[in-house]
Ligand binder design. Structure first.
Ligand code: CTP
Length: 406
């Protein structure tokens, strides 16, 4: 049986979304397990779900009214979608039909459940259940991949005999497995709770004159994804970003910079508070010795620029008397592991994240190799947000390791 949650003060509130599918019958048992272990369950059903199980079943099992209609006149201030999700610790939709998944992936909100999901401020988990062919359909798989990118947790489905008589992938997980998945979410203490993470991301732009400059190719996607993953893991995140075309993620502090000198100054101003420094930025290695206030006019001859090295921000931080835990990046075009290992030693950082520049730049997916004292760890190709979450887990492990080196 599932462990009970401590006191009523810490009683967890779950919104249980039920969409149309034969698997809805299993959800009655799930509700029984959840309420037994002290979870307050508030059921929201779609019209289609009501054709499979009656709302009275859930009302009796949860002791709470069941909501179906977006326009329920009894709901407080007639804003059921906001009020219901305001106090929720989590939303679980089980079964989640292919149609519901498609709506969720595209931000549609044409009934109470989809509206609640769109207006939520808590984790969302879904337990898909559908016919094997619907599951395998590229449209469904495309929608699921969008949901993963949005941080929605997908549990199951399992393979087995289906209601339609076919055998294959698409069967909803059993009630006890779903109850366990809910328990895991409720009991997890965020990995970086109470930690302060400072990140640099994006390129820097080193001005040559009033209109021209030198920069590196970097979209900022990886750095922004790591900032988001660190915030999800409970950290207080400060993101220092060079010029990119991305909306800032939800971090505690966002500092926009342009050149490497601005970035260095911003890092120096923030570093004393940081427990962890993640240097994702593609900082330009050179800047012009002489910046020209006026636009340099074109002439027929050569233009010779004298370039001087910029300060290596990561190396500066890693060699402070009491540095935070430092993570560097190595974007290489050849000899990836060898060059990254050299960088790790030279910059004196405990962890270097290596990737092939030609694969990573601007793309939404990449493969990463983590190099630390224990050797190498490959994070096989996945979306940048998935990689970011894996990286945060690895940083958490190293940060808490008894042999931690700063
Ligand atoms: N870095 C930095 N400041 C710089 C240059 C790099 O903080 N002026 C950091 C990057 O954020 C990254 C790591 O150092 O975490 C590696 O950067 P990279 O450009 O791959 O390496 P370099 O040291 O510049 O070496 P090279 O360009 O020769 O590969």
């Amino acid at each position: 049986m599932m462990a009970a949650y401590a006191s009523s003060a810490s009683k967890k509130r779950l919104i249980l979304g039920v969409t149309g599918g034969v698997a809805a019958y299993k959800v009655a048992e799930l509700v029984r397990l959840l309420t037994q272990s002290g979870v307050d369950v508030q059921t929201v059903m779609t019209q289609a779900a009501c054709r499979f199980v009656g709302p009275v079943t859930f009302q009796s099992l949860t002791g709470n009214p069941v909501y179906i209609d977006l326009w329920d006149a009894n709901a407080l201030h007639n804003m059921a979608h906001i009020n219901l999700s305001r106090d929720a610790d989590m939303i679980l939709t089980a079964p989640a039909s292919a149609d519901f998944i498609a709506k969720l992936a595209h931000g549609m909100a044409d009934d109470l459940l989809t509206t609640l999901c769109l207006a939520r401020d808590c984790p969302l988990m879904i337990a898909p259940a559908m016919n094997r062919q619907m599951w395998e359909n590229p449209a469904t798989q495309r929608n699921l991949s969008l949901l993963r990118q949005d941080g929605i947790k997908i549990v199951g489905p399992a393979s087995g005999e289906q209601a339609c008589g076919e055998i294959g992938m698409g069967r909803m997980l059993e009630a006890d497995e779903l109850a366990e998945a809910v328990r895991m979410v409720f009991q997890t203490t965020p990995l970086l709770q109470g930690k302060k993470v400072l990140l640099t991301a994006g390129p820097t732009f080193e001005a040559i004159d009033a209109v021209r400059g030198i920069s590196n190719r970097s979209s900022g996607k990886m750095g922004y994804a790591i900032a988001q993953a660190a915030a999800e893991a409970g950290a207080t995140v400060t993101l220092i970003s060079g010029p990119v075309c991305l909306a800032p993620p939800a971090v505690s502090k966002f500092i926009a910079v342009v050149g490497s000198e601005d970035m260095l100054r911003a890092v120096q101003a923030e570093i004393a508070q940081a427990d962890i420094f993640i240097s994702v930025a593609a900082v330009a290695d050179y800047r012009v010795a002489q910046y020209s206030q006026q636009k340099i006019k074109k002439s027929a001859g050569k233009l010779l620029l004298e370039l001087v090295p910029t300060v290596d921000i990561l190396e500066t931080v890693a060699n402070m008397p009491k540095p935070p835990f430092c993570v560097g990046f190595a974007a290489e075009t050849e000899n990836l592991e060898k060059n990254a290992a050299i960088k790790r030693r030279k910059k004196n950082v405990p962890l270097v994240v290596a990737n092939l520049a030609q694969d990573a730049i601007g793309s939404d997916q990449n493969e990463l190799i983590l190099l630390d004292d224990a050797g190498k760890h490959i994070l096989s190709k996945a979306s940048k947000i998935e990689q970011a979450r894996r990286l945060i887990k690895h940083i958490h492990l190293l940060y808490n390791s008894p042999n931690k080196k700063e």
